[in-house]
Design a protein around this ligand. Structure first.
Ligand SMILES: Cc1cc2nc3c(=O)[nH]c(=O)nc-3n(C[C@H](O)[C@H](O)[C@H](O)COP(=O)(O)O)c2cc1C
Length: 151
């Protein structure tokens, strides 16, 4: 999890970091295009300001079976992580975690693998403040470039 070094973000992140350290865990839920409004709400409201941010969003959470952190039920994919370390420098700060489990909605699974084209994940463009869908598989990693390699 990378946190940009914006002053107000850092202030808000202090509570999150305290919780992550206390539990030794965190989760990264991947929001999909069907939940843009809720995902944006999580970013524009602070749990320091309202009593129950999750309840206000209309979404629900379950306790992860692997780590002491919540999994948002309505988001299709969730990385469940053990806290490894917190890093802070002049370029920003971040939390390093070990992914110990991935939970995925049945609807995004093909066989025993997650199919990212079914997730409809959203990505954030910080320059134009837009959300974009990440959908189409456009290549094969570690393979498409091999043909260009010289012997
Ligand atoms: C689109 C978007 C992107 C954001 N990116 C970051 C980010 O990179 N780092 C960060 O610390 N906060 C970021 N924020 C702000 C936090 O999500 C915001 O401070 C949030 O209210 C924190 O909630 P909390 O106080 O309940 O933890 C972003 C918010 C939005 C809407």
């Amino acid at each position: 999890m990378y946190i940009e070094p914006y002053h107000n973000f850092i202030l808000s992140f202090k509570t999150v970091l305290k919780n992550i350290k206390a539990r030794g865990a965190f989760t990264v839920s991947i929001a999909d295009a069907a939940h843009i409004v809720e995902a944006d709400y999580f970013g524009v409201e602070s749990g320091n300001r309202v009593a129950d941010k999750l309840k206000n969003s209309g979404l629900t959470a379950s306790r992860s079976e692997m780590v002491d952190a919540p999994v948002i039920n309505e988001f299709p994919l969730c990385l469940e992580c053990e806290f490894v370390e917190y890093q802070d420098s002049q370029y920003g700060c971040g939390v390093i975690g070990k992914v110990v489990n991935v939970t995925a909605d049945e609807s995004v699974m093909v066989g025993d693998k997650v199919d990212m084209s079914l997730v409809n994940a959203i990505a954030f463009d910080p320059y134009t403040h837009g959300y974009y869908k990440v959908t189409e598989r456009v290549g094969e990693a570690f393979r498409d470039g091999v043909a260009m390699k010289k012997e």
